[in-house]
Design a protein around this ligand. Sequence first.
Ligand SMILES: [Zn+2]
Length: 59
Amino acid sequence: MRDQINELISDYVRQNDLGTIICRHCDDIIDTLPTNSVKTKYMVCEKEACRKQEGSASA
Ligand SMILES: [Zn+2]
């Protein structure tokens, strides 16, 4: 029963969180967004290495 519920929840998430926020340095998925179309946003994750790269890129 629990597996069925989990499956329903993941189906729901898959259908509704089409937007994905990806770290532009390490390609990790940072977060998902509930959008009505497939969207990918590039941001920087919390890893120190990525933040450093971001800092040196803009400096
Ligand atoms: Zn990263």
